[in-house]
Ligand binder design. Structure first.
Ligand code: SF4
Ligand code: SF4
Length: 454
């Protein structure tokens, strides 16, 4: 075999020009890809923040405590409609509870505003520290003070904005803005704004995710709602393949080691440790050891030969019943909302005096009319008497005009001349109210004195 050798500059070193012997080295393992839980969560968080900011300003969901109104997806509910209000809130709670039963803590990990802003606060602090360390050429102590100063400043501004949005869920946003600009801390709205700002700031600076494990009851509630089929995050390592790199621990926002147990109260099922493990072991050509699984002994999310609804989490009769209840609840709520009238008329007799007798012998019975216009246009309510011959309204033009959002109350008298063909005692009749095409009949009684008392 022909061999050639060339001399390098160093007489002691000979460089071979022979081709290298063939090597059996395996080609590098292409890194495995996990679902990008971190990016997905951040995208969901952005959507949640947009929704959080939009709901009160678009009147999609907010209360107006001073005006005693509740806005719910286009409906303006009045405090007098407390039943619908109560059922709307119960419906939302039902959905959150059902979600906990099916999908575990995904609300905490993906949708909870407290978690979103805690993570944002941590990320901001670390980003500011890194930026200051990179660009500012001071000694360590002043650099640290500068990054803390910047963080506290931004956190204070963010607290004011977030407190403003939060209070907007209970007070009309323009009204709230006026109070804020006037530095109002004397009225209830102003005091609530100042207190919420302070609490938000303390939460940003000190509490953060500790809130989830100390104050928030939802994590504990989850323990009661979950069962053997609930989606959890679990570490499975039958073949002892964990290389103890601890990337899953370092990545965890809640500071736990998922390998010790899938049922730790701190775990918010965010899935970021799944991605971290796949990232590490994937480079070694191995599968990740942490997975979303349907219960401790269930299969991994998205695997197995289950039906489509089982893959979505509807895995036993209990879940079917829960979903049916939610469906019925939604149908009932929708029916109640669609049957709701924009103009509400109430008629009640005023029995502080049973009747009064005029100088000319006319008999009067007093009634109280109330018209609440919950719609967006002016309404006219017209009234007439049915089944009480010879009577009429006294000093009342038979109609009440009510502007949108207003309530008008009137006391009216029904007059019966002494010659009216009414029996002494109780006479049953109806007051008819008409608003647009809607007509209501209200059964009432007219008290007629005996002939001796007239
Ligand atoms: S990331 Fe995976 S390999 Fe590394 S310690 Fe965690 S479980 Fe073990
Ligand atoms: S253990 Fe994993 S799933 Fe649980 S909170 Fe930490 S990173 Fe998220």
């Amino acid at each position: 075999m022909l061999t050639t050798e060339s001399k390098s500059g160093n007489p002691n070193i000979t460089i071979s020009t022979q081709p290298l012997p063939k090597c059996d080295r395996k080609p590098p393992v292409p890194p495995q890809k996990s679902f990008a839980y971190h990016r997905f969560r951040k995208a969901v968080h952005v959507v949640c923040v947009i929704v959080f900011f939009t709901l009160p300003f678009a009147n999609l969901m907010r209360a107006d405590i001073p005006r005693q109104r509740f806005y719910f997806f286009g409906y303006e509910l009045w405090i007098s409609e407390f039943s619908i209000l109560f059922f709307s809130l119960m419906f939302l709670m039902f959905i959150v509870a059902a979600m906990a039963m099916l999908y575990g803590r995904v609300y905490c990990g993906y949708l909870c505003p407290q978690m979103i802003f805690s993570e944002a606060s941590l990320a901001l602090e670390s980003k500011l520290t890194r930026t200051v360390n990179k660009y500012v050429r001071w000694s360590a102590r002043p650099r640290k003070l500068l990054s803390q100063f910047l963080f506290y400043g931004i956190a204070t501004l963010a607290s004011i904005v977030l407190a403003f949005i939060f209070i907007s869920y209970f007070v009309e946003p323009r009204d709230l803005l006026h109070r804020l600009l006037a530095f109002d801390i004397k009225t209830a709205g102003g005091m609530a704004g100042a207190t919420t700002t302070l609490l938000t700031l303390l939460d940003f600076l000190f509490l953060r995710q500790r809130f989830c494990t100390t104050v928030c009851p939802y994590g504990y509630l989850q323990g009661m709602l979950g069962d053997g089929d609930t989606l959890i995050v679990q570490y499975r390592d039958e073949n002892c393949e964990c290389i103890e790199c601890k990337k899953c621990v370092r990545i965890c926002h809640m500071g736990i080691d998922i390998r010790t147990s899938p049922y730790q109260i701190e775990c918010i099922h965010c899935g970021e440790c799944i991605e971290a493990c796949v990232d590490v072991l994937g480079r070694l050509g191995k599968e990740g050891l942490i997975h979303y699984v349907w219960g401790e002994h269930g299969e991994e999310l998205g695997t197995g030969d289950k039906t489509w609804y089982q893959k979505l989490g509807v895995r036993n009769a209990k879940r079917v019943v829960v979903l049916l209840v939610i469906l019925f609840y939604a149908a009932g709520l929708f029916t109640a909302l669609s049957m709701r009238r924009a103009v509400l008329v109430r008629i009640a007799p005023d029995r502080t005096t049973m009747y009064s007798v005029g100088k000319d012998g006319t008999i009067y019975n007093r009634f109280r009319l109330q018209v609440a216009n919950r719609g967006h246009e002016q309404a006219i309510a017209q009234f007439s008497i049915e089944g009480l011959p010879g009577t009429s309204f006294a000093d009342f033009a038979n109609a009440i005009v009510v502007n949108a959002g207003d309530t008008v109350e009137r006391e009216v008298e029904i007059a019966a001349p002494s010659s009216a063909p009414l029996a002494p005692g109780v006479n049953h009749f109806r007051i008819v109210s008409r608003v647009g095409n809607e007509t209501d009949l209200v059964e009432e009684t007219f008290i007629m004195p005996s002939r001796d008392e007239r």
